[in-house]
Design a protein around this ligand. Structure first.
Ligand code: SF4
Length: 278
């Protein structure tokens, strides 16, 4: 056997010995091949736990690395514009949509426009189905929610349009925080399978990067980074939704006290986040 052939064989034997030490059985090889990625559906709860103490920037970065461009930020309030500000710095494509219920304050429309021009971002306004609105107004008038609760009107003006907005997406991002509502949002994870809007054929993942932030942290970010905000905040409004269902709060009142104030605390969700805690 020539010298070069002996050297080649020795190299081959060393390599085989190394592979046997590091991959001692077929099971180990299978495990390496099938290692779970952080956003595989069955490891999302573990990822949520791992990212619970990470920054919103890290969480959004993870979301975009997995789902851009099929990911959308749901935009309406102060938290959402913080997310847009962070997203704009990540340099990856994403969508922004807003649910235009037709009942928003003029200040909210001005705010949407300000955000659109400030970030040069397209904000896709999604409107309710006109026939459904007409039908509701014809049967019950314009303020039926004061008598029989907000669920029916929110279903038509918010939930059905949201289903359409989420249709082309694999993931969406919300500005929900745990401390916004102790009775409905206390257990929101930073990432979760959206059990309300997923379908068997199309699972949908929901990110809540500000879940662990307080209102003070949101406003510190807005001030420090010159982020645009809704002018109503300067007039005592904290959580802002539709005009007939939102009012300013007094000092010391919880921020959700200004929303659907005629209803019980545990019913103060519009249907967009009913399964947020699972
Ligand atoms: Fe209707 Fe009020 Fe819900 Fe807006 S918040 S969709 S006006 S019930």
């Amino acid at each position: 056997m020539g010298t070069r052939l002996r050297a080649y064989r020795a190299t081959l034997e060393r390599r085989q010995a190394f592979q046997q030490r590091t991959l001692p059985c077929a099971g180990r090889a299978r495990m390496v091949r099938s290692r779970r990625m952080p956003l595989d559906l069955d490891v999302i709860p573990a990822t949520a736990a791992n990212y619970a103490s990470r920054s919103p920037q890290d969480i959004l970065s993870l979301a975009f690395s997995e789902y851009s461009p099929e990911i959308g930020i749901s935009f309406s309030g102060a938290e959402d514009v913080v997310l847009i500000d962070i997203a704009a710095r990540l340099g990856k494509p994403y969508r922004v949509f807003t649910l235009d219920t037709g009942r928003l304050h003029p200040e909210t429309y001005q705010f949407l426009e300000k955000v659109r021009s400030h970030y040069g971002v397209t904000i896709e306004a999604v409107f309710p189905q006109p026939e459904a609105v007409q039908d509701l107004v014809r049967k019950k008038g314009l303020f039926s929610f004061y008598q029989d609760g907000h669920k029916e009107c929110c279903g038509i003006r918010k939930v059905e349009p949201l289903v359409r907005a989420l249709g082309p997406l694999r993931a969406w991002v919300t500005g929900q925080r745990k401390d916004q509502s102790p009775s409905t949002r206390a257990d929101i994870p930073v990432v979760q399978l959206d059990r309300t809007f997923s379908t068997a054929a199309r699972p949908l993942v929901k990110f809540n990067p500000l879940s662990f932030w307080t209102s003070q942290q949101v406003w510190a970010y807005i001030r420090d980074n010159d982020v645009p905000y809704n002018a109503l905040h300067d007039r005592g409004f904290i959580s802002i939704g539709c005009e007939p269902c939102t009012r300013a709060t007094n000092p010391g009142q919880h921020e959700r006290a200004g929303r659907w104030w005629w209803e019980e605390e545990t019913k103060k969700e519009c249907g967009l986040h009913v399964a947020s805690t699972r």
